[in-house]
Each structure stands twice: as C-alpha cells, then as structure tokens.
Design a protein around this ligand. Structure first.
Ligand code: BTN
Length: 264
C-alpha cells in the first residue's frame, strides 16, 4: 500500500518530497501538479496510486494500473533559464538510475530520460514547465517507475520490465520514492550551483546504453543513422554521422533515439 504517511516516513531530504500530496487516483500527476504549482512550495511531490490518463513523451499515453507502480511529479520553483529545463529531465533520470542500481544489475540510461534494465524500459520521465522568456515559473519532472508489475500489455511486453520482474521480489514503493528524492535533491542542488550538467556528465555517459553504438535519430518524418558519443555539459546528445563523420548535437524534445535493431 501507498499513503502520504508511509511516503513521508521515507523522505530524508531538505525539500524534495518534504511536502507530499497523495492521491488514490488522478488523471495524471503532471496535470495535478501543474494545477497546484502556483500555491505549492518548491519540492512538493504529487504521488498517485493510479492514473486514468497518464501521459508519456511525444503525445503517447503511459499505462498506469493501481497498486503496483510509482507515478509522481515534483514541483520545482527555482528560477532557471527556460533553455535549461531539459537538464532537469536528465537529473531525474540519474536519480532513478542511482536508485534502481542499488537493487538490480545491468541498469542503463537511454538518452534522454529512460532507464532500462537488461535492455527493457523500466522508467519513463516527462518534464513539463511554465516560463516567460527569461525564467521558469515552475518545472515539473513526472516520473513513472515500473515497480511490482507482473505483466504488461501485449504491445509493450517485449520492451518493458519492472523491478519485481528483474529481481523476483516485491519492492516497497515508499522506500523507492524516498531514495529517488534523496538522489534528485543531491543532483538538482549541484545543477543549481553549477548551471549545467558538467558534474554528472561522466557518470551519465559511462552508463549510457547505446554509447558508441549505431542509433537512429528520428525527428518527425526524418531520420538518420549515427554513432552515439555521449552527452555534453548541457545534456544534449553528441552523435557522429556515419556518412560524413560530422558531429551533430541532438537536443531532446521532439526527438527519439532508437537502436538500429530495436528499442535500444
Ligand atoms: C515516457 O517515457 O514516455 C514518459 C512517461 C512519463 C510517465 C510519468 S507517470 C507520472 C507522470 N504523470 C504523467 O502523466 N506522466 C508522468
């Protein structure tokens, strides 16, 4: 079971997750977080047991059954240049990566924001924000972690996994939430001090699932093949085009990076 009290017992941070809004059910924790962002303190965490309209990247949906997974959205109100907001997505990915690798082996990051275990997706992150041209009013990284799922829908069963599937044991979702908040605050504070991701570039790149592999960069109708080199200090992915040898900078957003032979 999940509850506000159980989650708060596992929170050991200065501000990330210190204030928890727990919902048995909502349409999407990102949508809920956006609605309460104005009157909420930075670090307020919205957690739901079930989402009726969970949102994924690129307009996709995020299947969100009750009783098994983590769906959470963190309200961040520090003022940041809007162009830096995608960096928060990579910080969220690092936090989940650090948490899951305490429990499982073969945990990797798929740029910009998926965590994969044994080549299968275990976490997705969708960051939304509101800003004017100078600075953010809020940033909301929304994190979905497959924790205790035994089964997946037929269309994703080959490319998705859960912590329980990999470890063969049940995990306490509150403990997982507490760890993600601890790592998130550590990396986010560092980002606020430095203004970029230089401090985590090496660890991110060392754990990038398709580093030095050939990938397909897909943007709308267009795609090209390239070798993934790793992120730069801003979190953009550097890739080397195979035909020309040119190094390109891929900025996250409406872009997908796929393995040449499948998801990774
Ligand atoms: C993706 O990989 O496509 C991103 C999935 C993001 C899912 C999470 S679950 C919590 C938060 N609320 C949502 O509606 N989406 C994000």
């Amino acid at each position: 079971m999940l509850s506000k009290e159980l989650i708060l017992k596992q929170i050991n941070t200065e501000y990330c997750g210190k204030n928890v809004v727990y919902l048995d059910e909502t349409d999407s924790t990102n949508e809920y977080a956006k609605k309460i962002a104005k009157e909420s303190a930075s670090g307020t965490l919205v957690v739901a047991d079930c989402q009726k309209n969970g949102k994924g990247r690129l307009g996709r949906s995020w299947t969100s059954p009750a009783g098994t997974c983590i769906y959470m959205s963190l309200i961040l109100k520090e003022k940041v240049e809007p162009v830096k907001c995608p960096m928060v997505t990579l910080i969220a990915a690092m936090s989940v990566f650090e948490t899951i690798r305490e429990e499982l082996t073969d945990v990797k990051i798929k740029w910009p924001n998926d965590i994969v275990v044994g080549g299968k997706k275990i976490t997705g992150i969708l960051t939304e924000m509101k800003s004017d041209s100078r600075e953010t009013e809020y940033m909301i990284p929304g994190i979905g972690i497959n924790v205790n799922n035994d089964e997946f829908a037929p269309e994703i069963t080959a490319s998705a996994t859960s912590m329980k599937r990999e470890a063969g044991k049940h995990f306490d979702r509150s403990i997982v939430i507490g760890k993600v908040m601890k790592y998130f605050e550590k990396y986010y504070d560092e980002f606020l001090k430095k203004g970029d991701l230089s401090f985590m570039r090496e660890i991110y790149n060392d754990n990038l699932v398709n580093r030095d592999n050939e990938v397909n960069i897909i943007s709308g109708e267009k795609s090209y093949r390239a070798i993934a080199l790793g992120i730069d200090d801003t979190g953009a992915l550097l890739v080397k085009k195979q035909d020309t040898g040119e190094v390109m900078t891929v900025i996250s957003g409406e872009v997908s990076v796929r393995g040449v032979y499948g998801y990774v």
